[in-house]
Design a protein around this ligand. Structure first.
Ligand code: KIV
Length: 289
């Protein structure tokens, strides 16, 4: 990657890249403390990871959504740990090539952390050894023991509540979670327990904006990252292909196509970063429940 103009857009010059400091948990804590929104995008390969990093995206999630966007699966439930390892390594290699600074999160796939804490640690090690800085796992109270076990062994954990795509069949489809008072109370209890267990990030997917905002205030040590959860969270994440308007299916209602006013992928990603930072994305009047 150079700063030469290319069909892929223009990346910042190498000097700019090398002067940037790697993103770390303390840096994310500092951003939160000064009210700066955290930006996250999914990426599954070297090139897109480098482009996202150059656009200023702080966190790259090697999401198991790759099952749908790369492998053509109907849900994320069929993604294997070996596939996640392969894509995590590719992303990390891409970032190293451009001296990227992004924080990389590897998604633990369905069935690789459900049996025992030990199974979860073995799976997490595969992704950490592939270069991830943190692992993500889905689920509420039943995952707290596992989160604590991983964190105590030096594996930073991002939890994931609300619409948890690995269990979409049990949830009855891709629908908003936590609308009813009892469901909102359960979600709140789970989120507090996950922070207590040591999770330092929490993806909140498809939950009402008012609930996500309340959880963000209640979780000072665990950074909430919203997707379809309004603009009151500490940060935002989108699936890369969705926000580039190249989703094979129908885009969820909360997604904005950032290619609409961009002449390159990198420009689209820079617009995303700017819109999250200045609070104009997501727009609660358009993108929240
Ligand atoms: O796998 C993924 O891309 C995710 C995001 C939707 C948060 O979990």
């Amino acid at each position: 990657m150079t700063n030469a103009a290319s069909p892929y857009g223009t990346l910042p010059p190498a000097a700019d890249m090398s002067s940037r400091k790697p993103i770390s948990l303390p840096r994310l804590n500092d951003m939160r403390a000064r009210g700066e929104k955290i930006t996250m995008l999914t990426a599954y390969d070297a090139t897109f990871a480098a482009v996202a990093d150059a656009a200023g995206v702080e966190c790259i999630l090697v999401g198991d959504s790759l099952g749908m966007v790369c492998q053509g699966l109907h849900s994320t439930a069929g993604v294997s740990l070996e596939t996640m390892r392969y894509h995590t390594e590719s992303v990390v290699r891409g970032l190293r090539r451009v001296q990227g600074t992004a924080w990389v999160i590897g998604d633990l796939p369905f069935g690789t952390y459900h049996e025992s804490r030990e199974q979860a640690l073995r799976s997490a090690m595969v992704l950490m050894q592939a270069g991830a800085h943190m692992v993500k796992l889905e689920g509420g109270d039943w995952t707290t023991e596992t989160v604590e076990f991983l964190v105590k062994r030096g594996v930073p954990v991002c939890a994931h509540l609300g619409l948890t795509p690995q269990t979409v069949h049990a949830l009855g489809g891709y629908r908003v979670q936590g609308r009813e008072p009892a469901a909102a109370a359960q979600l709140t209890q789970d989120a507090l327990a996950l922070q207590e267990a040591g999770a330092s990030m929490l993806v909140l997917e498809m939950v009402p904006a008012v609930l996500a905002t309340g959880l963000t205030e209640a979780l000072p040590r665990c950074h909430t990252i919203g997707i379809g959860a309004g603009n009151g969270t500490a940060g935002q994440v989108l699936v890369l292909h969705d926000m580039l308007g190249i989703n094979l299916g129908k885009n969820p209602k909360f997604v904005r196509n950032f290619m609409t006013h961009a002449d390159s992928v990198q420009t689209a990603l820079s617009h995303y970063v700017a819109a999250v930072k200045d609070g104009s994305f997501p727009d609660n009047t358009l993108h929240a429940w």
